[in-house]
Ligand binder design. Structure first.
Ligand code: PNW
Length: 456
């Protein structure tokens, strides 16, 4: 049966700067917290680094040509903040500006729409040293000033802006688990970092709206990630636990933007561990996204932990479990990707329906969805994954959810953060040594989806 998508549906592929660019100290670029984090022995699988990565910094034309050959309509990439501002603020590095100008111009010449993320985790190391990174008082102003530089230089051609990628991951994995840069381990810092991330997002949007949007005519929003949480049983307690888990995951960052404040259940449970927004901040944050950017990868069961011995004070996939009183689990029937993330397409549909109901049916762009499997070129599992998840998206659209675009993660096999190069999300294989790009079967399959505007 044909599953056609709405006309003008945005079909894209996605990457991020640190994961593909390499050129870590090329042409005046400053170090980022990921450059530094990767130097610490034991932090990254195999002590891999992004120093070279896919060497996209020197191969951008080839990568744009690859996307053109696949017929992909949009490309989501991120700007490396320390490539543009080596010290995070102050002097601009013209070589960095030139690089992104070439990328943007090549994309437009190839008929591919640029979708630009301003922050995909590679904070300038200078800001970590000087102002305590995302914990610093000044960071929202400093981020907004960096965003201003990007709007000024690129906004004549870039019409789709994403401020921050996955504040939840930055906060929980960077400041809670400590498995991502800057590697802090704490029960409280995630909520403080998260607070600054939300304010930084809103201030950048304010700059865009006041100084650029009327002239440049683009749109701007934030991308959050969320798994689906399915109640383990039909009990009221488990249903409430699943709802709570979603509020601590997605509500944490989407409620301020769509409702003006954190979810009540977070405020009640966290007390003064959760910073409060001032009335002025609330007013700036509410309504600060022109679209709902969503990254979605997997699903887990949620059950109420308040009665059980529970897992105690642990960070799970869902954050700090004791704050939520939620136990997470998976079904033995669910197939797993190489990340050990379960493949549950209906969870994607339910999450989209939850977003539509909670946030009054905003336009949604799925800015990442994908899976890690072994690197083989005949990647039938990846095709099955995309087929399943796109069918779920199609069903959600049929049920009234306003999904307007979908970006596969990822265009290239690349540096998968703490997993180094051991986890491969790409529809394109990168040959070891030569770094030659070789599209996998899923790349040609996706090209056909884009051509047909749907599944055959
Ligand atoms: C996202 N989790 O990261 C990122 O936006 C990408 O850069 C990354 O390559 C991709 O997903 C695959 O991992 C995530 O633990 C990292 O829930 C961790 C989690 C979720 C997303």
């Amino acid at each position: 049966m044909n599953k056609l998508f709405p006309p003008d549906f945005v079909w894209g592929s996605a990457t991020s700067a640190y994961q593909i660019e390499g050129g870590w100290n090329a042409d005046g670029k400053g170090p980022s917290i990921w450059d530094v984090f990767c130097m610490i022995p034991g932090k990254i699988h195999n002590n891999d680094t992004g120093n070279l990565a896919c060497d996209h910094y020197h191969r951008l034309e080839e990568d744009v040509a690859l996307m053109k050959s696949l017929g992909v309509k949009a490309y989501r990439f991120s700007i490396s903040w320390p490539r543009v501002l080596p010290a995070g603020r102050g002097a601009v590095n013209q070589s960095g500006i030139d690089f992104y100008n070439r990328l943007i111009d090549s994309l437009l010449a190839a008929g591919i729409e640029p979708w630009v993320t301003l922050y995909h985790w590679d904070l300038p190391a200078a800001l970590e040293f000087e102002i305590d990174g995302w914990l610093g008082e000044e960071i929202p102003d400093v981020f907004a000033a960096y965003a201003d530089v990007c709007f000024r230089h690129f906004g004549d051609r870039v019409k789709n802006w994403i401020t921050i990628n996955e504040a939840w991951v930055v906060a929980i994995l960077g400041y809670g688990h400590g498995v991502f840069a800057p590697g802090k381990v704490s029960k409280d810092l995630p909520y403080r970092a998260g607070h600054q991330l939300v304010k930084a997002h809103a201030q950048a949007v304010d700059v865009y709206r006041k100084k650029y949007q009327a002239v440049q005519g683009g749109k701007i929003g934030i991308t959050n990630n969320c798994d689906w949480r399915e109640p383990l049983t039909d009990s009221a307690a488990d249903r409430a636990a699943a709802e709570r888990a979603l509020e601590f995951f997605l509500g944490w960052f989407a409620d301020p933007v769509y409702k003006g404040d954190y979810p009540d259940c977070m405020k009640e449970r966290l007390g003064d561990r959760l910073p409060a927004f001032t009335p002025e901040e609330k007013a700036l944050i509410q309504g600060s996204s022109d679209f709902f950017g969503l990254n979605h990868y997997t699903t887990m069961y949620a059950s109420d932990a308040s009665q059980s011995a529970g897992a105690g004070s642990v960070y799970g996939n869902g954050g700090l479990s004791e704050d939520q009183d939620v136990d997470l689990s998976v079904s033995p029937d669910w197939a797993m990707t190489d990340m050990q993330w379960a493949i549950v397409p209906w969870g994607c549909r339910k999450l989209l329906e939850w977003i539509a109901a909670r946030y009054d049916n905003p336009p949604v762009y799925i800015t990442e969805n994908g899976c890690a499997f072994d690197g083989k070129l005949e990647d039938t599992e990846r095709i099955a994954f995309f087929d399943g998840y796109l069918s779920a998206v199609h069903e959600a659209i049929g049920n009234g959810v306003d999904v307007q675009g979908y970006f596969i993660w990822s265009l290239l096999d690349n540096f998968e953060w703490a997993s180094g190069y051991s986890k491969k999300f790409g529809i394109t294989h990168i040959e070891e040594g030569t770094l030659k790009r070789v599209p996998k079967a899923s790349a040609w399959w996706y090209a056909e989806v884009v051509r047909r505007n749907g599944l055959g």
